[in-house]
Design a protein around this ligand. Structure first.
Ligand code: G3H
Length: 516
């Protein structure tokens, strides 16, 4: 049921409304899932991805620029209701692609089949909710407002050409959570697909080509440095939507010649802690922490990546945590209720093994049965305790199934940890009493962007603001915030001298902006 043939259209890309097939250099897409056949173990080749040249990325930039046409293009000038029609047509055309998307994503990045399907559904819902929110924003924009002697109308307008680069862990959802608001606000876009998890987006290319005017959306693939470098150095990118590492984000932004003109929307690194206070419900905390740290093998920016436990309950908590991890199922991503699956990044299991070795050499122990064992690309979760700030795992974002645990005696230790951390996305507090939790909430509210009570960290539901401090993020995403993040307020205003002109223009209906 879950078998797939080698994907034939891996070399496709989209420029200026045309799905093209790359005939030159390419690289194989190899699954992290190892198969056996007649005693031979091998990683199936799922297809190829194109190593486009900078000529192609330049064409994509020219197409996006032409479609935007300095804000005078068909798309940025199109009434919102018409833009919505294009988006609705797009959603209808991609709905039947759920199965092929899910199978490709599962084989490419090892995400469980059900989670792949959920990601697809979540993205479809995200688009639908975006449409509803945009209609509300439009109604707001239709209002004629007054302040003192001024009469004015405010609408959200696009910013220009958006370069959009999503991550491998949610190649559809996280890319679309930037791309869809960028497009619907009237920007045009170039999408550079991630190194892992790019095949699964390709079945959608035809739908993009059919649903949007040429050049509005361009999708390319290849080595980032080669194809994106020249595009960003041209200074012609107006918005950068990027989810990935701090170093790549900094490298990209620094290449833009006028980076004060570049609007950046970034989802970067995180090291979300869970704080288990003395009054916590230990079983609940252990369950949430195990899932929070290990959902999709810990490959979520929102995963719990360090657990701090009050010293009075640390033994009981560790016991409960190991029990929870023991109960998780390890296996292949098509198996029902599977939690731990193969990791897609080349060299990742070895890298995680080294993180564990480093911690162990500095005094931590792997305290769960089988923790850190490796089989092919599977890495069995390792709980490390006690972890201190001499160990690499204390600072580095593991983005995988390694769970560092430290104990604390005073609240100040937690505060110090947060203040000295480079990251500030989210935190979880586990407690059954509001006394200490209240104190910690007030401190954390100025350190992170979301505090989860008795629950793991999460981005969803997508209606909630998703952002971070320090090296974790820039700009806020949520269904409604993203529409603002990818646009700018523009207003027409008149005092007593311009009032007649304002009203005359309204009456004559000659402006697409100034209208009711
Ligand atoms: O990496 C973050 C993803 O968007 C996962 O979303 O935290 O709501 O599961 P979530």
């Amino acid at each position: 049921k879950f078998r797939i043939d080698k994907y034939k259209d891996g070399l496709n890309y989209l420029i200026n409304g045309q799905v093209l097939t790359w005939q030159d250099k390419n690289a194989p897409v190899i699954s992290p899932i190892l198969l056996q056949d007649k005693g031979r173990t091998y990683a199936p080749v799922l297809g190829e991805y194109p190593l486009l040249d900078n000529h192609e990325s330049w064409q994509a930039l020219q197409a996006a620029k032409k479609a935007y046409d300095a804000g005078n293009g068909l798309w940025p000038q199109m009434p919102v209701s018409e833009r919505l029609n294009h988006l609705q047509q797009f959603v209808q055309s991609i709905k039947p692609l759920k199965e092929i998307f899910s199978l490709l994503e599962m084989w490419e990045i090892g995400k469980s089949y059900l989670d792949c399907r959920d990601e697809f559904d979540r993205t479809i819902k995200y688009i639908g909710d975006t449409i509803d929110n945009l209609m509300l924003l439009e109604e707001e924009g239709d209002l004629i407002n007054r302040v003192d002697k001024y009469i004015f109308q405010v609408r959200r307008r696009p910013l220009g050409v958006c370069l959009c680069m999503g991550p491998f862990n949610y190649p559809l959802n996280e890319t679309f959570a930037m791309l869809i608001p960028a497009l619907i606000m009237g920007n045009t876009a170039i999408v550079k697909l991630p190194r892992y998890g790019s095949l699964c987006t390709l079945p959608l290319l035809e739908a993009f080509a059919r649903s949007f005017p040429p050049g509005v959306i361009n999708i390319i693939n290849g080595e980032g440095e080669k194809i994106i470098g020249p595009v960003i150095r041209s200074g012609e990118i107006d918005l950068l939507g990027f989810i990935g590492s701090v170093s790549v984000a900094t490298h990209l932004i620094n290449q833009h010649p006028g980076n004060n003109r570049l609007r950046t929307i970034l989802g970067l690194e995180a090291k979300n802690p869970a704080f288990i206070l003395a009054e916590a419900d230990i079983d609940l905390a252990a369950k949430e922490c195990a899932l929070g740290a290990l959902e999709f093998n810990g490959q979520r920016c929102t995963a719990i990546k360090h657990i701090w436990v009050h010293e009075s309950i640390v033994d009981k908590f560790l016991e409960a945590l190991c029990r929870e991890i023991d109960s998780l199922k390890t296996g292949m991503p098509w198996e029902e209720n599977v939690n731990i699956t193969p990791l897609p990044e080349e060299g990742k299991v070895e890298w995680l093994g080294k993180l564990v070795e480093d911690a162990v050499s500095k005094g931590a122990a792997v305290i769960n049965k089988g923790g850190g064992e490796i089989a092919g690309n599977l890495f069995y979760p390792a709980v490390l305790f006690p972890v201190n700030n001499n160990m690499k795992i204390y600072d580095i974002e593991q983005f995988g199934p390694v769970i560092p645990v430290s104990s604390f005696s005073r609240l100040e230790e937690l505060v110090n940890y947060m203040i000295t951390s480079d990251y500030g996305q989210q935190a979880s507090i586990f407690s059954q009493s509001g006394d200490k939790a209240g104190l910690l909430i007030d401190i954390l509210a100025n350190q992170v962007a979301r505090i989860n009570l008795n629950a793991q960290c999460r981005r969803g539901p997508d209606e909630l603001p998703f952002t971070g401090r320090k090296d974790s993020a820039e700009g806020t995403l949520s269904i409604s915030d993203a529409l603002r993040t990818f646009s700018i307020s523009s207003l027409v205003v008149a005092n007593e001298y311009g009032r007649d002109l304002f009203l005359d223009t309204l009456k004559k209906g000659k402006s697409k902006f100034l209208k009711i």
